[in-house]
Design a protein around this ligand. Structure first.
Ligand code: NAD
Length: 317
């Protein structure tokens, strides 16, 4: 990676990944793009352009003029939002990805495309879900992610596009709020713990899903993209995770530091159904073996850091 174009750079992942890439490769080497522009470190710390990823011609032009050798394609509609507007999700998620693949092909760039634990479905083995297994998701988001993994493989085999991907679990961070996913509760719970000492979860107790702290996710992207191409047997896309948790486990971890924290439930049937169709825990052995994936943050370590950073950010009760 040397000259990097990022799409969806103002979202939950992009706002932190862009800053990390600028730290490593230099501010001028990372062109951040998004469909909107807001006052933010990403916009102020280096080049920024408005880009709607459904506009393939502009994506190609921006990549070519910037002399990009890498495209990090983050713009997408997330699981819960996609389920409310499936046709829009298909057009944005698949149209945007095709444009990114074409731009990567034309500019001979490497391409990073995030997949998700949403690429699995109810018929997938639920515990320690293997790297290669049944993928029959029942959500539009999941259908987009499986189709995306396949399209990336297709462009690699047919055109030699070096497309690589990670199946991200729920990502937890204190910097930018999440954008409408099913695992968003695991971020909200920390904000509310700091602000009000109580949280009403829309995901039920006993519903286990994989999660990872944002610094581990960012490190995984850089490590995967810098890995020797010949070592990658499962390019699109690797299972990655740091923990499998339910709301009670996060509540208990918060209580070790904020003992009066209260957790109750008002389950949202749409997001609960999505969560139940996903694995309880996934197996990340292939990522560890092929390019050295090693997450650092456990639930306890992440909880300490989240609460400390959020107290500074939003103040404590
Ligand atoms: P997000 O919703 O926080 O950010 C998406 C960004 O894309 C936003 O800044 C939005 O303005 C932008 N965008 C929307 N439509 C656009 C368009 N037409 N053109 C250009 N930009 C547009 O999403 P995120 O959490 O940062 O996720 C990024 C990627 O990672 C997605 O593919 C998502 O499926 C995947 N992922 C995220 C998580 C997670 O927990 N955050 C987990 C698994 C996979």
């Amino acid at each position: 990676m040397d000259k990097i174009l990022v799409t969806g750079a103002l979202g939950q992942i992009g706002s932190e990944l862009t800053m990390k890439l600028r730290e490593i490769y230099g501010a001028d080497h990372v062109l951040a793009t998004d469909i909107r522009q807001i006052e933010s470190d990403v916009v102020q710390s280096g080049p920024f352009e408005i880009l709607d990823v459904t506009d393939g011609k502009r994506m190609h032009e921006l990549a070519k003029n910037f002399k990009a050798d890498t495209i990090i394609h983050l713009a997408a509609l997330l699981s819960a939002t996609a389920e409310r507007n499936p046709l829009f999700a298909w057009n944005l998620n698949m149209g945007g990805l095709l444009n990114a693949l074409e731009a990567a092909k034309e500019t001979q760039s490497q391409l990073f495309v995030p997949s998700s634990i949403g690429a699995f479905g109810p018929s997938t083995p639920k515990d320690q879900t293997p790297q290669v297994t049944i993928q029959r998701p029942t959500t539009m988001y999941g259908v987009n992610k499986v189709a995306g993994e396949l399209l990336c493989d297709y462009y690699f085999c047919k055109y030699g596009v070096d497309a690589r991907g990670l199946r991200f679990p729920g990502l937890i961070s204190y910097v930018t709020p999440p954008g409408g996913g099913t695992t968003d509760y695991a971020v909200d719970i920390y904000y509310q713990a700091v602000k009000t000492r109580s949280y009403t979860s829309f995901i039920d107790k006993g519903t286990f899903m994989d999660m990872m702290y944002m610094p581990d996710a960012l490190q995984a992207v850089v490590q995967l993209m810098e890995a020797d191409s010949d070592a990658l047997h499962h390019r699109n896309a690797y299972n990655v995770t740091a923990m499998s948790v339910d709301p009670e486990m996060i509540g208990a971890a918060i209580r070790t530091l904020l003992p009066d924290f209260k957790l109750d439930y008002k389950v949202d049937p749409i997001r609960q159904a999505i969560a139940e169709s996903w694995p309880n825990s996934i197996d990340a052995t292939a990522a560890a073996e092929e390019w050295g994936f090693t997450p650092i943050y456990t639930l306890e370590k992440m909880t300490q850091d989240m609460l400390q950073k959020l107290k500074q950010k939003v103040g404590s009760k």
